[in-house]
Design a protein. Sequence first.
Length: 438
Amino acid sequence: MTVPIINRLSTDQEDFIKIYADLLQWDAGDQAQIEAVVAEIIADVKNRGDGAVIDYTARFDKVDLTADSLAFTADEIASAIGKCSKDELAALDLAVERIRSYHEWQMPKMGVDSYQDSTGTVLGQRISPIQSAGLYVPGGLASYPSSVLMNAIPAKVAGVEKLIMVVPTPNGEVNPLILAAADRVGVDEVYKVGGAQAIGALAFGTDTIPAVDKIVGPGNIYVATAKRQVFGRVGIDMIAGPSEILIVADSDNDPRWLAADLLSQAEHDEIAQSILITDSQLLADRVEVALAEIIETLSKKDICKKSLAARGAIIVCRNIDEACDLASQAAPEHLELAVADPDALLAKIRNAGAIFMGHYTPEPIGDYVAGPNHVLPTEGTARFSSPLGVFDFIKRTSLINCTSSSFAKIAPAASILAESEGLTAHKLSVDLRLEAKS
């Protein structure tokens, strides 16, 4: 019997609700053991600084560094740029232009905004950038320059003063386009370290690597766990899980296009998730055939096969409204609305990291050159979180300015509430000023 290349489901199945819920779950493995390993690394980096970072880099990446060689020099970056083709650099520049343009549009007005309420009290807020950010970029030759652009550009647009990048160089290898991207967007310093030790260094600082205010960027389970553990000491963007795509498709689609879109996520990782939901049994069958044909042509076909078998699915539903309900339940990282009128469905989608509208907006366009950020919430967290953007690199400071008159109008209520909470110093602070006015 031939094993299906991807799981086939139907909402008519008696146990569909449970099967679908189970499909959406991801098991990260022995999280307790990972937490313990990461905690030990971070504590060591906090205590020994450069020494610990250098030791772990030699152990995990097989690269011998010294404090003087932790950072990429200007000459090393220039040499790497020289290894990039003209076409690669031109594509990089187009992506930079489009991503920067989008995030400049997204940027709120900086500075102070305020109003005077009916009592005469002036209330408002100040919006300002954080001072420094750390950017984690996965390393090796298979690393992604697009990650540099998507994390660094909104930080720079927001006005972050100092941007520090860390990228592991396993066996001394680095993708030259990574350094070209860092140079194009104005990253200030780039260090040759990765893993939990790099996160620890960015959180606590070493003699060489400066501490930052916020850490952003994707990484493996150890990097994600390290970000979780240092949160509170520094800010973080999000805890990223495996990549996801969910496609809602009507009958009028090219099955090869949809198959390629599903595979664009499956090739990321064996635990990536690719789901197609359609109201057309015929389309479902044709997409499955296309998957089997296309997958054999891919450079990462083995990864794709494992991903589709473990977490992929083609689901036939009763109608497109039901498909939208299932999509909202999943709250996917990437949601394609491959339908004739995607705008008509937009109101039916409650949760998604990014929505790709129509037949000519495949997910990879968003990965590289569309403009909006490709750092998106995963594992259903789009129910309560948002894509990375300039908002992640700015902070709001509340402003309160009472005059003598406006203070007298609102202070008695504050005094009463302070007394009700048993906070006598709070009450005294208010009452002393009230007494001075009487």
